[in-house]
Design a protein around this ligand. Structure first.
Ligand code: FE
Length: 183
């Protein structure tokens, strides 16, 4: 009886253990995310309140960067842009490196033009269907500030045939001589 009893206990214990085991364990089971993957806008590293932006920016910068406005063509910022030499153009809102003087060219459009970003990861684009057309908007990927638009295939004799048409007030120029030296 003892042997039978022992077998019965072992059998019941085994049945309970097997019953507790998961029915199926996928070999590559991954934890289910509690929320969908972040979009580029949600991965921004610079977030400020509207009041903070208004305090930080000039009214014209605020209109362009935070309200997707457009500065007047051939304005003061464009004249300054044309006169600037070697250097880097950083975001007027958050300071992220966006464009380089190495990629600027004269498109005669009245706004600063570049054929490529200096740091692609700091620049993002999205479709813009405002004003009855379809354009590609250019934004700072760090603070989500509106910079301008990018146009392709216009026939400019540049390495990319792209024209990043950027508002001058959305940029801050850092002359090469002012950039910190790297070892
Ligand atoms: Fe920015």
């Amino acid at each position: 009886m003892n042997r039978i009893h022992t077998r019965l206990v072992l059998g019941l214990t085994l049945a309970v253990l097997v019953g507790c085991a998961p029915k199926e364990t996928p070999p590559l089971a991954m934890p289910t995310p509690s929320h969908p993957p972040a979009t580029p806008a949600e991965t921004n590293t610079v977030t400020k309140t509207d009041a903070e932006w208004r305090k930080l920016l000039t009214p014209e910068q605020y209109h362009v960067l935070r309200e997707a406005g457009t500065e007047r063509a051939h304005g003061k910022a464009y004249e300054e842009f044309k006169a600037q030499g070697a250097g880097t153009y950083v975001c007027g809102g958050c300071g992220a490196e966006l464009f380089s003087s190495a990629h600027k060219f004269d498109s005669h459009c009245g706004w600063p033009s570049f054929y490529d970003p200096a740091n692609a990861k700091n620049v993002r684009t999205r479709e813009d269907r405002s004003f009855g057309g379809v354009r590609v908007e250019v934004l700072c990927a760090k603070c989500n500030g509106h910079l301008g638009h990018v146009f392709k295939g216009e026939g400019f004799a540049t390495p990319t045939d792209q024209r990043y048409c950027i508002n001058g007030v959305a940029l801050k120029f850092v002359p090469k001589s002012a950039a910190p030296r790297t070892p």
